[in-house]
Design a binder for this molecule. Structure first.
Ligand SMILES: Cc1ncc(COP(=O)(O)O)c(C=O)c1O
Length: 278
């Protein structure tokens, strides 16, 4: 089945779409993106994803991107053509340096490049191992930027050690996963790093916190140290394509006896119920 896509105002299959060489996204990773999971043709938390996209665009001063109703329309059209369980990906870059214009890293007058597609959701295991790694990304990780080199390196480092995620830390302070937010149960209490410029405000994180509140489960947003993480009773990470994903081994050391702990089970149950409810 071909992948339905959208490129600068036109709906076309992904196959054959090409990026102009002089696009700021291609040359400088000058752009932002968003990823929305779709269950039974229903986008999860679309409002939150669109708000974060708007914030990311504003943060890097890209103007002229589609307004919210247009994004909704693109999303609906791609879902219509895509598989029942998929994710819709949006990307906006600053656009193409016009022919004859100087090759400089500065804002452009022309329109941004707008791309979207609907891909099948990847199959995920029931639980994963994780490694820890120094967070060497830039200082504005709240922006969902396409500048993902350190994310690629961290993800590969995890894969090289047969792990499914790298949990990042700045010194002794846990920030987030390479592509996820982190939760831990420590001394019986659910903890997660507070929002800051150093982490992405995950839509799944926000939803999980809401589900915990609605179900009367207490939690604490604040600082989380690597030492605390190492003695956690349970750890899980959250993300749009992973949902709630338990970590059963950290740097080769078992977590929760290599089983999915009771708190993670409950939280994942609420999350799955939310996603499967029409
Ligand atoms: C660095 C980072 N943190 C957190 C997340 C989780 O965000 P969300 O739940 O919105 O997918 C992602 C998802 O890609 C990410 O890349």
């Amino acid at each position: 089945m071909s992948i339905p896509a959208y490129y600068n105002g036109e709906y076309r299959p992904l196959e054959g779409l090409m990026v102009p060489i002089m696009d700021h996204g291609f040359l400088f990773a000058d752009g932002v993106y968003e990823l929305i999971p779709v269950y039974r043709k229903r986008p999860r938390c679309l409002d939150d994803h669109l708000e974060r996209l708007k914030n990311s665009l504003a943060a890097i001063h890209i103007e002229g991107a589609p307004e919210e109703p247009v994004w909704r329309e693109i999303c609906a059209r791609l879902i219509e053509q895509g598989p029942d369980e998929c994710f819709v990906y949006f990307q906006v870059t600053r656009g193409v340096i016009p022919e004859g214009a100087p090759f400089r890293k500065q804002f452009l007058d022309g329109p941004p490049t707008v791309f979207a597609m609907a891909q099948p959701l990847p199959k995920r295991p029931d639980s994963i191992h994780a490694i820890t790694r120094e967070d060497e990304r830039w200082g504005r990780c709240h922006i969902k930027s396409i500048m993902l080199l350190e994310t690629v390196l961290a993800t590969q480092a995890a894969v090289d050690q047969r792990a499914g995620e790298a949990i990042l830390h700045r010194g002794n302070e846990v920030t987030e996963g390479a592509t996820s937010n982190v939760f831990a149960v420590i001394d019986g209490r659910v903890r997660t790093p507070m929002l800051s410029l150093r982490i992405l405000p995950g839509v799944t994180r926000k939803l999980v916190l809401r589900l915990m509140r609605e179900n009367g489960m207490e939690y604490q947003e604040g600082r989380l140290s690597v030492n605390e993480l190492r003695r956690a009773e349970e750890i899980w990470v959250t993300g749009s394509t992973r949902g709630v994903m338990p970590i059963v081994e950290l740097d080769g050391v078992p977590v929760s006896n290599r089983t999915i702990g009771p708190v993670a089970q409950r939280v994942r149950g609420w999350y799955r119920e939310y996603c499967s409810t029409p």
